[in-house]
Unconditional design. Sequence first.
Length: 307
Amino acid sequence: ALSSVWYSPGASTTPATLLSIDVITNKTTDIMSWKFSNQTYVVGTAFDQFNMIYYMLHNQKVGAREQSFLSAINVRTKSFVIQDLEISPGKLILWDIDIDSSGKLHYLAKNSAEHSGKAIVSYEVWDPSHQKSHVVVPEAAVLSVFGSVSYIEDKETLLVCDSDSTVTSISENGVVTEFPKASSVYSQGQLEWNNATNTGYILEWSGSGVSIHNWQKLTNNYPLVCSVDIESASWTAVNSMSDASSIDPVNNFYSFVIEEAAGSSHPDEVDAVLTLDLNSCEQYWVFYSHAHEIELGGPEYSYPLSS
């Protein structure tokens, strides 16, 4: 599933559409459309495979300040089951969210004012059965705002790659490790964890292009998994959302969003979803035109649950 957010400058609302995409056949179907209040932006998404619920963490201005809200769509009934729920009252959430096998959401909330683009964060968990959050690790780390998040369930650890390309590991018992990007890497992000194989992946941009690497702890030199063929040197891989990737643990597919890109086969800028089979490095593309009119993001795989 993929969220597509449309911007309408000067309007009081922002139209949005939840899409279903078959990354192999390039078939796209609209699930449902709705309208956010204006000045809303989606920070993170997660998908509950058992209940078929697509979660969105979005921020919007309420009076003079921004607040973070959770909304959720049942993709079977094509209806909201949660709408504009403030899950950490008084705190702003600027990083992606992830979900565990019990349907709980794991995320980071800002605990301080920003200084030079960094803030103190707390590690929190939201329980859908009570629709309440609790703090797991208060004042867990100092991070640059925005970034991707991935939860390692068997290690009870949250990984975050912030907008400064620093990877921080925060365990539920409060152990924190932090590694900057390697000197040869321009930027990195879109962390994803395959819980079936217990393997992590990270997207890197460097002088040799875009590539997917196997994340490993206590280092920043990650082994190469797949180099990404993006058709020409003029392609760019840029996404403004913290959440712009997803992994299918059944087939070991990794998908990520490219925004406002132009290449040899597409002289006009397009948005795209690029999928790699991490076992063979075969690539699949889904293209969207009107790159300056939409923001594409929030991809979340739906896959068969093991019996």
